[in-house]
Design a protein around this ligand. Structure first.
Ligand code: NOJ
Ligand code: CA
Length: 706
């Protein structure tokens, strides 16, 4: 049977390879062009031109697999199909509720003599490209991928912003480095070429694969560097190759067996067939840095929402929580005389939320298991601590129209979590909780890493289980976002970078951190950074007799490395549909600048990054209903930005409340100096914003009733 099949296949290949199809596709505006080629040995390559200049020089495609399975060469093109799409779709929450999806697609159908069928699907948008592999292998029980050959051969040198590659964590400081000095990096990997093109390499729709990172490719025996086909192109400055997070044996990267097949299309032939689609490999491309932020490419490459029925349980919220006190060391997660999540404290936070236009309250340290944190980590997700009366707290919160955010710290013990998963979410929903923060602070069992296929499957299982019980998620120590929030809008926000917590117990995040995040990590999706610390120097807690050091990074000199106005601005700049005011509520009581958070609406309809450069500064505006919110932030340098208010509708007056740095503010020496100004303004006005070193400015524009 197999022989007959191979004969038919060879005939098809021969017939179609004689017709030499054209394998080039351009973006709708014609500025980005991609071509696909195979060489004499049937290895596959793509290259990309931007504005007629080479941007990605010929770069290898394909995979290595176990047991002699040839997923990388001897390929011939059977046919090439072209199609286009221009549609507008809507989402129930997001930076923008309405999104245009406009691309040209080229699907190259290939096959080789080893009975491998492959569709290389390329999509070109005006804001970048995406491509993925769709393999079908007949007569096989399992496919074990051992390496991905995909490369990004970046033609020019330039400047890049990235964190190092790690399959365990994203909580690192960003590096600003010339492209040719990068050894490895995680994605989104953002860079600007010498000729001024901004780009960011990432992936979309990572649902059943290990994560990809990038490593500079220097091996001389690499097929890409020895082939005649490539040699006629000049040598490149920076060629990055994909690295996939491995299974514990370090060799297998992705495993597909007949049991693991989900809803992928089946092969039209009557053989036992395995098929898999990779996530999209993406490059966002723009001639402006803010163009990367204003791109919806990652979402456009994900599947539409699969949740049906009334989705009103999914909604953006502002929240406070019993959280910062633990990180500062003045309260504890574990039940003892410093316990934070007590019924009395819970009621205080609920009252504060109800009185300050805040939707929800988070409680960490509410359940049994914290005494084993860092050890065996067997948390119980349905057993509240004895001093946390959940039924009374839920009754109290409901009466005041305040939502409660649950917390599942797993400590990385996936097995313990999966054993309780369904029951934990059923119980949580039954209590009346519609949102859960999860966490994975700790090593995974059996040598698995946080970002491998095993854990990607776990994260997806949690999203699906939460959706079954109408629960939204905020995931800490997550897999990086790749746009699956479009398919599962209950997957609302996540950490996946150094957030506010690092300021509580380490040297903290430097002023440039918050103006790199929007051009890197946040291109992938929302982040639960948790801005809003007002007691910047920890004056009220540093010398408290309650305070106990709990983190090894704590040298006793931690602080927040921004001005107060920048804390407000970060609520706008660092997009999250669940936006936290992170400080202890005592530090907000009676503080005039807290009015900004009271007025702020996280449920925005439209957003635009107006100006900015990675690592330098950024200005973002968002509209929520008829109100607008603007955030501007800078790195360690003071600067003035000029912002024409042309984004406001014409012929309408707004009351603008401007929260800016005080005249002598400086993040290091005078961080809490701020001023508040009120003005009537309109579309024709211009804002001149002066930001202190490490500072920022937040503005709310509220409609003036006529
Ligand atoms: C790390 C999370 O990022 C943080 O928000 C949480 O408080 C701790 N883990 C404890 O769960
Ligand atoms: Ca964390």
């Amino acid at each position: 049977m197999k022989k007959l099949y191979t004969f038919i296949l060879i005939s098809i290949i021969f017939f179609f390879s004689c017709s030499a199809p054209k394998n080039e596709v351009a973006s709708p505006d014609g500025k980005i062009r991609l071509s696909f080629k195979i060489d004499d040995d049937g290895f596959m390559y793509y290259d990309v031109k931007v504005n007629d200049s080479s941007f990605i020089a010929p770069s290898l495609l394909g995979f290595e697999a176990k047991n002699g399975l040839n997923l990388k060469n001897s390929f011939s093109i059977i046919k090439t199909e072209f199609s286009s799409k221009d549609e507008t779709w809507t989402q129930i929450w997001g930076e923008n509720k309405t999104i245009r999806n406009n691309y040209n697609e080229m699907a190259v159908h290939l096959a080789n003599e080893d009975s491998i069928f492959l569709v290389m699907c390329f999509r070109l948008f005006n804001d970048g490209i995406g491509f993925r592999y769709e393999y079908k292998v007949t007569d096989i029980d399992s496919i074990i991928i051992t390496d991905e050959l995909t490369s990004f051969n970046i033609k020019e040198n330039g400047t890049s912003w990235s964190i190092p590659a790690s399959f365990e964590s994203y909580e690192f400081l960003y590096r600003t480095l010339p492209l040719n000095e990068i050894n490895d990096a995680n994605t989104p990997f953002t860079f600007k070429t010498e000729s001024g093109i901004y780009a960011s390499i990432h992936e979309a729709a990572l649902t059943d694969f290990p994560e990809m990172t990038l490593r500079i490719c220097r091996t001389t025996d690499n097929k890409q560097q020895t082939t005649d086909f490539v040699e006629k192109y000049e040598s490149q400055s920076s060629e990055f190759k994909v690295q996939l997070a491995p299974y514990p044996d370090r060799k297998a990267k992705a495993i597909f067996t007949s049991g693991s097949q989900r809803s992928y299309a089946t092969c039209p032939y009557n053989y036992s067939t395995l098929s898999f689609k990779t996530p999209w490999r993406t490059i966002q491309i723009s001639d402006k840095a803010v163009g990367l932020i204003n791109s919806s490419l990652i979402l456009n490459l994900n599947e539409p929402c699969v949740l049906e029925g009334d989705l009103s349980w999914i909604r953006p919220m502002k929240y406070v929580g019993v959280w910062w006190s633990m990180h500062l060391g003045v309260e504890s997660w574990v039940i003892d005389d410093r316990h934070g999540a007590t019924t009395a404290n819970a009621k205080k936070y609920i009252d504060f939320a109800a009185n300050n236009n805040i939707d929800a309250v988070l409680f960490e340290g509410w359940n049994e298991g914290w005494d084993s944190w860092g050890g065996r980590q067997n948390f119980d997700f349905t057993k509240p601590y004895a001093d946390f009366d959940i039924d009374e707290i839920m009754r109290y919160a409901k009466e005041r129209n305040v939502e409660i955010i649950g917390h599942h710290e797993t400590g990385g013990n996936i097995i313990n979590y999966e054993n309780q998963l369904d029951e934990a979410y059923r119980w949580t929903a039954e209590k009346g909780i519609h949102c859960v923060k999860t966490g994975y602070a700790g090593g995974l069992p059996d040598g698995h890493n946080h970002h491998g296929q095993y854990n990607v499957r776990h994260y997806r299982k949690v999203v699906e289980t939460a959706a079954k019980y109408n629960i939204t998620l905020d995931v800490h120590e997550p897999i990086k976002p790749t746009g699956i929030r479009r398919t599962y809008p209950n997957m609302m926000t996540r950490e996946g970078a150094r957030g506010m917590e690092w300021n509580a117990w380490s040297e903290g995040n430097p002023p440039e951190h918050h103006v790199i995040l929007p051009f890197t990590r946040l291109l992938a999706g929302p982040m639960d950074y948790t801005p809003g610390t007002f007691d910047i120097l920890f004056e009220n807690t540093r010398n408290s007799p309650q305070r106990k050091k709990w983190n090894d990074n704590d040298r006793g000199n931690s602080r927040v490395n921004t001005t107060l106005a920048k804390q407000l601005a970060n609520w706008v700049v660092l997009y999250s549909p669940l936006q936290m005011a992170s400080d202890m509520i005592e530090h907000y009581e009676g503080h005039p600048a807290f009015q900004f958070f009271r007025d702020f609406n996280p449920d925005c309809d439209w957003s635009e990054a107006l100006q900015g450069e990675p690592g330098e500064y950024i200005v973002v505006v968002r509209r929520a209903g008829s109100d607008y919110f603007l955030g501007a932030t800078t790195n360690g340098s003071a600067r003035e930005v000029v912002v024409p208010l042309t984004f406001l509708p014409e012929n309408q007056d707004f009351i603008a409340i401007i929260y800016s740095d005080g005249d002598n503010a400086h993040w290091k020496t005078n961080p809490t100096s701020y001023k508040i100004e009120k003005k009537i303004i309109s579309h024709n006005d211009t804002l001149y914003i002066n930001m202190a070193a490490g500072g920022g400015c937040a503005v709310s524009f509220m409609t003036l009733e006529n």
